[in-house]
Design a protein around this ligand. Sequence first.
Ligand code: ZN
Length: 472
Amino acid sequence: MSAAVNHAHGAGRANRWWAPHAWLDGRWQDDVLLVSDSGGRWATVQAGVPCPLDAQRLAGPVLPGLVNAHSHAFQRAFAGLSERREHAGDDFWGWRDRMYRVAGAVTPDDVQAIAAHLYRELLAGGYTQVCEFHYLQHQPDGTPYADPLAMGHALKAAAEAVGIGLTLLPVLYERAGFTQPALREDQRRFHLDADGVWAAHRTLAAQSHATFNAGVAVHSLRAAAPASVHRLAQLARGMDGPVHIHVAEQTAEVEDCLTATGRRPIEWLAAEGLLDPRWQLVHATHTVPAEIEAVARAGSAAVICPSTEANLGDGLADLPGWLDAGVGLAIGSDSHVTRSWTEELRWMEYGQRLLHRQRNMAAAPHQGQPATAARLWQLALDTGGRAAGQAVWGLRVGARADLLVIDTADAALVGVPGEHRLDALVFSSPGRPWRDVMVAGRWVGEADTAGRFADVMQRLWSSPSGGQDRVR
Ligand code: ZN
């Protein structure tokens, strides 16, 4: 990113830009005038306009900013540090226990430093908004901080400092499993019941501005009792923010849910009448066709996290099934082993190619959509906006004035014909070829986050055993 100015809260003066090419209404269009209003939203988006004298000419083709619909920022401090097998078997649950050592060790200041560094990387990776699935709430012994939202406020401060948009989702989290009445010792920092989630939501929603809003979340059906899920749904009945839930990520969770309730997790949510268009089903890896049909009927969406699901060995979502049913699919970087949407979309498709031994699995030539990258990108764009509680998203009047300027001189894009630009970005671009990133009508600048992040990493991981004892 080369633009210089960085502002904390996003909303800025009215401004006029002109792009030689921009992604409007699902395709590239030429000679596009973009005008933002004083609230940081698009007031004019018009193709086929010669560059006006008073407009700033953008240096390359323009994409809208993408929403990263699933993040646990603190897990960035663990990315790349769990790639060694310490026991005969190594699966999601072993990874989770090691992840808890980080969760147990960090302070609000640490979380702010980690999140600021991560959010800076996400902007560089082409995301302009992030949904924080936020369950790390309390002091290590489980006591609330003097400000009970200290951790949430640390995330908000980090987002404001680097200029990314943030949707904060306080999480309902109250038990260790379907048959367990309470949390484990190492989960004490996470406890929030339905009324606590709703109180946190109301406090955070009252602080909303152009680049900050709030929703709610349920950790998972294993971590929340049925009555609590219903209680939160009732409290949030009139809420216009999103409702997120981890669901069907692991086969063990599906089996435990079947044992406890007689239904699979998504089947249970649908049968209880909980799903509506605000609901975002994170992972939704293990499904049967009837569950996908139920999600489609309810107008809910799924948030796929391909790099994390691969890293944790979760399995592959039924991408053809979701696409055929017309369900919205957003993407999230979850544990942040990667911080670039091009890599998430690439792996969303590659997993299916490997599984089915075919190519261009996500393309739909019979629907006039032969381009795999374009179809996945447009889905992630539209659904991501919904996942972040935005009524309008993308290069559209009323949407927040976010955009990415592509550097066509990037080594990976040199010589690529315009109509294949998105294909090359997803399938042939190891780098992050954004010249500039705009959020809410302001260019996002370079924030120096590495120093504080390095300090936190040093403290977490500097012991002779590689940090495992230190943070235990
Ligand atoms: Zn998650």
